[in-house]
Design a protein around this ligand. Structure first.
Ligand code: ATP
Ligand code: MG
Length: 426
């Protein structure tokens, strides 16, 4: 059934032209002037109607990628699995996607589905009417023509926006099978927009979550960041647990939550995710290595203690544990090395926060990772780990200056230092 509505329910905001990014308006205009259809689409239309500020403005067009490239000199074509045009304005770009048809309707190689029903190539171009049905949720399938100021709704997206509901377009089972990441997207939008997930979509998540095993680990890593760094990370995490998705995404974290009978780890997660949400909402930076330092902390710290019992020095035990735990997680979601190296540093520095002599403490203060590691220490203290004294000392040490800073420190134990030197030489 095709539904096409242009009247907005009263509670949805009409889209005011000053909310639309000028560049995307101009791109739509240029495409239309060249004789193509072009619309703003997806998240930006949804967010504009909800009175929120869109993160980005995506465009859908009847023009093929090569045609888009010919119209815009700053255009670059990207992606093999899903070919797209990026039109650059300095370092920023606007994404322009050609309307897609069902993936099984094109020539061989343009659209491909594997044995699980998962789409592996999605480059069969089509019409606007075909494109609508390939989108994930009804609220993400609204098209807006900013020049005519007209909204196209073929799937009941306006009604679902009004009723604050996430609903898959088409047959939910095959849509999840085609792309299991849609389960994560459902949870992300439910948390971010504070919407419910409609029952026929929701009831399939639990039985179908194991399909996430087949998704490329790099894509899952990106999705984790989108979910937990969205400003609604705490709520998203709760939903991931509620729908039992966590074992397929963050199995180490999931095990830790069951293993830790003290509740300290659950509190650490809660406090950290709340903290991250506050930072994102105030426009402050958040870093993936810090998120992973939190998510994997329980496992890495308990494993390091076990390794120490086998007579390994503390720092070495931590390094071995870090490698084991990161390797375990990487099987599920790739963590780029530039991030995991920082996660290791944050963990390693936790052991050095016990130093109290001026020279070593001052050196630690200048370590590149001091700030992140200190924030992590304070979260641990807040969650109930016995590091509150260390946290208080380092807070005081940073605030103190000159003599006051010296007064906080212990004199280095010279006899021990000398003995150590002697032992090393012999
Ligand atoms: P956000 O505010 O997070 O950017 P968004 O809805 O714009 O939300 P994007 O990932 O930017 O999400 O995707 C843009 C649009 O592309 C979506 O609104 C949806 O119509 C379509 N889309 C994205 N991912 C999928 C998918 N996995 N399956 C089907 N359609 C998708
Ligand atoms: Mg978007």
């Amino acid at each position: 059934m095709i539904e096409q509505t242009m009247e907005l329910p009263a509670s949805l905001h009409p889209i005011s032209s000053d909310k639309i990014c000028k560049r995307s308006f101009e791109v739509v205009q240029r495409l239309q002037q060249a004789g193509h259809q072009a619309y703003l689409v997806g998240g930006c239309v949804r967010d504009l109607l909800l009175g929120q500020t869109p993160k980005d403005f995506d465009i859908a067009t009847s023009a093929h990628p090569e045609q888009v490239r010919r119209l815009f000199s700053s255009c670059r074509l990207i992606g093999r699995r899903f070919r797209l045009a990026h039109i650059y304005f300095g370092r920023d770009y606007i994404e322009v996607a050609t309307f897609r048809a069902p993936h099984d309707s094109g020539a061989e190689g343009q659209g491909q589905v594997n044995d699980d029903g998962r789409i592996t190539h999605d480059n069969v171009y089509g019409t606007l009417e075909e494109d609508v049905w390939r989108r994930d949720f009804t609220i993400n399938a609204l098209f807006y023509d900013p020049i005519q100021n007209e909204i196209l709704d073929y799937v009941g997206g306006l009604r679902d926006l009004e009723e604050r509901r996430i609903r898959l377009i088409g047959d939910p089972e095959s849509r999840f099978r085609e792309d299991p990441v849609r389960m994560l997207r459902a949870v992300r939008f439910a948390a971010k927009l504070d919407f419910s997930i409609s029952p026929e979509t929701r009831d399939l998540i639990l039985p179908m979550a194991p399909l996430l095993d087949g998704v490329a680990s790099a894509r899952l890593f990106d999705e984790i960041l989108k979910m937990l760094h969205s400003g609604a990370g705490r709520r998203t995490f709760e939903l991931l647990r509620e729908y039992d998705i966590l074992p397929f995404l963050l199995p180490v974290t999931d095990d830790s939550l069951y293993e830790d009978s003290t509740g300290i780890f659950a509190r650490l997660l809660e406090i950290s995710l709340n903290n991250t949400d506050r930072r994102v909402r105030s426009g402050l930076s958040v870093m993936p290595p810090f998120l992973y330092a939190v998510l994997l902390w329980h496992k890495v710290s308990t494993l390091a203690l076990q390794i120490q019992e086998d007579d390994y020095p503390e720092m070495q035990a931590m390094q071995i544990a870090a490698s084991e735990v990161l390797n375990e997680q990487v099987d599920f979601t790739a963590i780029p090395r530039r991030f995991s190296n920082i996660t290791r540093e944050i963990w390693g520095l936790q052991l050095r926060f016990r130093v109290r002599d001026l020279r070593r403490a001052s050196a630690l203060l200048h370590n590149n990772r001091f700030r992140a590691a200190y924030d992590f220490l304070c979260l641990r203290a807040q969650a109930g780990e016995p590091v509150a004294d260390d946290c208080a000392w380092w807070t005081a040490f940073q605030e103190a200056e000159g003599e006051a800073r010296v007064a906080l420190c212990e004199k280095p134990d010279r006899s021990r230092t000398r003995n150590n030197r002697r032992r090393r030489r012999s």
